[in-house]
Design a protein around this ligand. Sequence first.
Ligand code: GL2
Length: 841
Amino acid sequence: VEASIPEPQRDAWKKFQAKPFVSKDDFEKEVVRHVETTLARSMFNCDETAAYAAASLAFRDRLITEWNRTQQRQTFADTKRVYYLSLEFLMGRALDNAMLNVGLKNVAKEGLSELGFRIEDIINQEHDAALGNGGLGRLAACFLDSMASLNFPAWGYGLRYKYGIFKQEIVDGYQVEVPDYWLDFNPWEFPRHDIVVDVQFYGGVRKYQDEVGKNVAVWEGGEIVKATAYDVPIPGFDTPTTNNMRLWSSKAASGEFDFQKFNSGDYESSVADQQRAETISAVLYPNDNLDRGKELRLKQQYFWVAASLYDIVRRFKKSKRAWSEFPDQIAIQLNDTHPTLAIVELQRILIDMEGLDWDEAWTIVTNTFGYTNHTVLPEALEKWSVPLFQNLLPRHLQIIYDINMFFLQSVERKFPGDRDMLARVSIIEESQPKMVRMAFLAIVGSHKVNGVAELHSDLIKTTIFKDFVKIFGPDKFTNVTNGITPRRWLHQANPRLSELIASKTGGLGFLKDLNVLNELEKFADDKAFKKEWAEIKYANKVRLAKYIKSTTGVTVNPAALFDIQVKRIHEYKRQQLNIFGVIHRYLTIKAMTPEQRKKLAPRVSIFGGKAAPGYWMAKTIIHLINNVGAVVNKDPDVGDLLKVIFLEDYNVSKAEIITPASDVSEHISTAGTEASGTSNMKFVLNGGLIIGTCDGANIEITREIGENNIFLFGNLAEDVEDLRHTHNYGSHTLDPDLVKVFDLIKSNAFGDAGAFGALTGSIEDHGDYYLVSDDFHSYIQTQTLVDEAYKNQEEWITKTILSVARMGFFSSDRCINEYAEMIWNVEPLPVEKGSGLGKEE
Ligand code: GL2
């Protein structure tokens, strides 16, 4: 439908176009207007929740104005766009970020203060948008920030889960999950009730030859679910560019409910249909690095992919270009294998709906997609059972079989007679039942495959995807080391540090080119600078200590060494190594004379992170940490020398308080298991040091900041396999210090030892797959080095300054530029500052 306003009337539109506020007075006017009209309240009835709502709506209005202009500009320019498909976007809070990115936080602060509110209290009203599990989802959020800040025409596509990652409560030392219903009031989304896509499931395929003898496949029957678009504006930093994140929400096709069933008296089942459709986008699967193969998850994936591709193809068709130009106009990045069905769906659209032949379509498809792998853990690699696929997506399964047939034929031509190779690389695993290997499908259907840190990208080429390197050649595989946005993770989380850096480097330019941080090297020995630097760290620790007091009741000394491990709880991330180390420290303190105790640096061991609800071992680790804390924290022999804290419900907004407060953070995964890690980058950028293994991005962090500025320990990735082999087939004697730790646990010192039997048993009796015992000695020794190093504060501070100065590489802006150049082949669309603010284009 033609919906644009005719030429003669456009002047009136232009005259009355919305003008985003820039002054304090205009901001206040907007807040008051929203309180009094949108919220129907008044100055006699305006609490912090209402003030938050009104301030957010004022900023939302502003963002959507820029959003509209950005979309127009990008449409007119008609250049290539990026679509980032991710099942997870772990955005955290939006208000603070929006205020900082548009450069109006001070305006808002003063405005709110004049209206009777403290900006911090208002910011704290916001519920995190927690549509992700951990690093993978947060990476997608950092990428959106960078793509907008660098002016790339780019959209994110995801699902609008009604429930994000669960809220974690700790009850009697155990994790309890509480649903995260976050949509009660969400001012940051725009429902697009006019953008609705029908998505088909189930049914069957009818094949026939048409008049000219062409094979035709028709997917018919089954059921239809409606996808409604919800748009979330993504403001770039210091640029008018405001990109879009489009999230899909599911609804039954029959509207409210099925009236026929209703009228025939079957009210309950008509509502049930509605409910079933809504279930698709109801809840985020809470597993990190684990695939469980549930049908509803496959439904989520297809629902999201089908709606997104329909939208992308519709937009392309408006341009009236030839199909062959599709990859010149569109790059689609697959964030892990979750959206791999997009490859099949685009092939289906092109051959079944648009009538292209297979080869022509397949060339378009493979030139369009790029695939990012985020893990080598076997339990995380997605596989779908063929019978399940057959039932839910019969036409897609046929296309997958055809993709596989053509692929295997090409392999056969290249490696004649190598049947083992064919079996190894087949997209269909010949198991019982047969399984579709999604990573293989993603590789075959993309033109580039990347890992997320150098070690990881090497590992995928030499292990899980080795055969594909032989088949496609090494150039198809590349590395883009992860990064983080310095806007949220420095400027927003650590405003004082950001301000200090700005004062020494000539303003906020470092937030756009993080390599500017290099200029800090010259202050590494500057007395006055170091003093300020240390004061900021101390203030951030005081802030965290207050938070710890208010949430756990435990008093911690901000002068103690803060040792932090916050991330999803997982055996491969080895929180168990950390807590066993804490118990070892406890034993050591207990055995010390008062004189010896005086020489020890006091330490606060801080843990945080969620366990997947079905991951028993991870929950056991949480239980142990809490029980150790309960004993240690009240032991008078120990006092301030050791405190053990478990912070409940770790999430993005809490990370913003926790990250700036570390002296040391722990990134201690078994070598070769953590693809990259990104919180390691955040901690160093905030002036903390790392104790870590030679894994993921730790290795590149070491290369950048220098090995004197990081505490590395443990076995190397190349030795892990041999060690596991010896555990299982050779002799496996545990580290003697670890045995003492286990003995203490077994003496019921931390409650009934039976509760921890599986955890100690996995190491003693079941092969110690994650090498806890092998790395224990090295870990303890390195922690002692940390103690020693911390005593020399002058040197310590210098190390942290040099580290920050050398972190420029880890900006997500650098990553996005690498993706743009190596994978997407897209250019930014530059925009003059201020050009979007009510001026003509
Ligand atoms: C992860 C990796 O485990 C993590 O090391 C990496 O930093 C992120 C982002 O690339 O991806 N892979 C994965 O499945 N999850 C991750 O966090 N959930």
